[in-house]
Design a protein around this ligand. Structure first.
Ligand SMILES: [Zn+2]
Length: 602
């Protein structure tokens, strides 16, 4: 567990009679000193009338849940009056600063340091400033003044000359072409903090229109990406989900994707974070055939979050309190059910085949068997903000399985007249009116929507720890276990962690240059050219070039061995065929067939 405890002093959060009123915040974020791996922020205030002025950085970021304390990366915070005279600033805790003679504060200035290797969260929730990339979640850059979050802001980004820039905020003034616009506005702090940004010398981009909204795909990589395929499939995902919810709750949407090749990956944890009208990703640039097996599912997951969590959510998840750790029981819905739909809608809309979907179920099932036991989905949900990667993974294995099982339970008992679809649509209709459920109201609401008593299901699989009878549930949609199933194929490089924190080659494609150099599956990577290898410095491999020979010191069966590895430019894993674990049952009843077609199409 790597959690930074908050040192918040609650008393200072109580609003006093002297609270300030600031009508508008004007931010200028200077991104031009990327070689120093930091940004410089200038915050101009208007119309202050408070005795004490506070500046608060967020403790956590929506969607990332974990306690990070973004103030830890804010350095040299200074306050000035209108004449430019520096004022005395007191740092109250990691995330909060105060100026006593507040009336005269005209602006704040501070530096934000690179945080992309922080261990309390994941890459896409932090900030990466370097000579070829700026990638930042906005919670790393912005705070709010005197605890007022409903204040509009303008932001001017100063980017290195010739660079391109992308964020999902509304631009101010005339829109310049080719991602050159740098002045934006936000109606309040929630909107400002929810718009990540990416800047680089050159993006690979595609744009498309669907319904009333514009979509931009902005990708940064050290290698050409298959952009036409990415755009084609992303549009299909957008279409299928906008049709599912029958609404488009935004005017424009931006996919911000950092997709370096394997050896340039800054972190092992690939994934993404959802925002109100954007999502930001760290994914590997790999052959399209391989990328689409995981990349499309991640995009589908983040896009479904637009409704399920950005709109449909527990009252504990918004309006956001950025100063308090979140303890909600509802993430089985927000993450698990989102992941179920992310995959099911791909199959239902023929973006992946039904066989692919059954493979996904098999993957979830096999992984969930090894998941940390003894904790229910609700318990894990409450502990999610403690940031334990292994526990969090359960929401993407057992989570979607329980989502599928709940859908099957409802469909089977109502003869397919009601489903989890009805639940999502009804919850979304409420959320559109601004109503958010209390955690304890969620199951009663679902029961009311579908007209069933689901207390037994809830007690067993959501608040309880009963083992999940996946095969039994799959028969409800005419799917059965195959007698001829083979072991799941090992097709790629997958890195894991040993109990001692060493990086382990969990899976290794025989065709990769690692394998050809003599590395084996199960090898623990100890050091590279004498430098100890850890999760947060895996990118030292990117210092090497094609043809270089790198000495890998590994541990195999307890023995230390050094193996020279010749670096190759590219690596494309191959799919290997193996028998599926789940197949269509030849003896399906009419209801089972109907349920299957309703979930994954015909
Ligand atoms: Zn998610």
């Amino acid at each position: 567990m790597k959690v930074l405890q908050s040192l918040l002093v609650w008393a200072v959060l109580l609003l006093s009679a002297n609270q300030a009123f600031s009508q508008k915040l004007q931010y200028t974020v200077d991104l031009r000193n990327t070689e120093q791996q930091q940004a410089h922020v200038n915050l101009k205030l208007e119309k202050l009338s408070a005795k004490t002025v506070s500046f608060q950085m967020p403790l956590w970021a929506p969607g990332a849940y974990s306690v990070t304390g973004y103030g830890r990366y804010v350095k040299g915070l200074r306050a000035y009056d209108t004449k430019g005279k520096e004022l005395l600033v007191t740092q109250v805790n990691d995330n909060r600063w105060e100026v006593k003679n507040g009336k005269s504060v005209a602006r704040f200035e501070y530096d934000v340091l690179d945080s992309h290797k922080d261990t309390t969260s994941l890459y896409f929730a932090m900030a990466h400033f370097d000579t070829s990339i700026v990638f930042a979640n906005a919670t790393t850059l912005f705070g709010y003044v005197n605890d007022r979050k409903n204040v509009p802001a303008t932001v001017t980004y100063l980017k290195p000359e010739g660079w391109q820039f992308a964020t999902a905020l509304d631009p101010v003034g005339k829109l310049e072409p080719n991602f050159q616009h740098t002045v934006f506005q936000a109606k309040d702090y929630d909107e400002l903090a929810d718009a990540p940004l990416m800047a680089a010398p050159s993006f690979q981009t595609r744009s498309f229109q669907y319904g009333p909204a514009n979509y931009d795909i902005v990708l940064l990589s050290n290698k050409d990406f298959e952009m036409d395929s990415l755009s084609y499939y992303t549009k299909k995902i957008v279409e299928s989900q906008v049709k599912f919810f029958n609404e488009t709750p935004f005017k424009h949407y931006t996919f911000l994707i950092y997709a370096p090749t394997l050896l340039k990956l800054p972190s092992l944890a690939q994934g993404a974070l959802e925002h109100a009208n954007s999502s930001d990703y760290l994914m590997m640039n790999i052959s399209w055939e391989h990328f689409k097996t995981f990349g499309l599912r991640i995009i589908s997951h983040e896009f479904f979050h637009l409704w399920n969590v950005k709109r449909i959510h527990s009252s504990l998840l918004g309006p956001f309190d950025y100063t308090k750790q979140v303890r909600t029981t509802s993430l089985w819905l927000s993450e698990g059910v989102t992941d179920y739909y992310a995959h099911a809608l791909l199959a239902r809309n023929k973006i992946i085949t039904p066989e692919n979907f059954l493979r996904d179920i098999e993957g979830w099932y096999v992984t969930s068997l090894h998941a940390p036991s003894g904790k229910s989905l609700e318990q894990l949900s409450q502990e999610e903000s403690d940031f334990n990667l292994e526990n969090a993974t359960t929401f993407y294995t057992k989570g979607p399985l329980v989502g599928l099982m709940l859908d099957l339970e409802i469909r089977n008992r109502t003869e397919n007249k009601k489903s989890l679809d009805d639940v999502m649509l009804a919850l979304n209709a409420e959320a559109k009116k601004g109503k958010h459920f209390k955690d304890e109201e969620l199951m009663p609401k679902i029961e009311k929507i579908v007209g069933l008593d689901l207390s037994d299901f809830y007690k067993r699989y959501i608040t309880g720890t009963d083992s999940i009878p996946v095969e039994q549930y799959l028969t409800l949609m005419g799917i059965e276990h195959s007698a001829n199933s083979a072991e799941a194929s090992k097709t790629s490089i997958k890195l894991g962690l040993s109990p001692e924190g060493r990086i382990v080659l969990e899976e290794l494609d025989a065709k990769s240059f690692f394998a050809k150099s003599g590395l084996h599956q199960g090898d623990e990577l100890d050091s590279v050219d004498g430098v100890q290898l850890r999760v947060d410095n895996i990118d030292i491999l990117s210092n090497h070039h094609e043809g270089d020979t790198v000495q890998f010191s590994i541990i195999r069966s307890g023995a230390h061995i050094t193996i020279p590895v010749v670096i190759q430019p590219d690596y494309s894993p191959q799919e290997e065929e193996s028998g599926p674990a789940f197949i269509l049952s030849p003896k399906s009843t009419a209801l089972q067939t109907l349920i299957r077609k309703s979930i994954i199409g015909s």
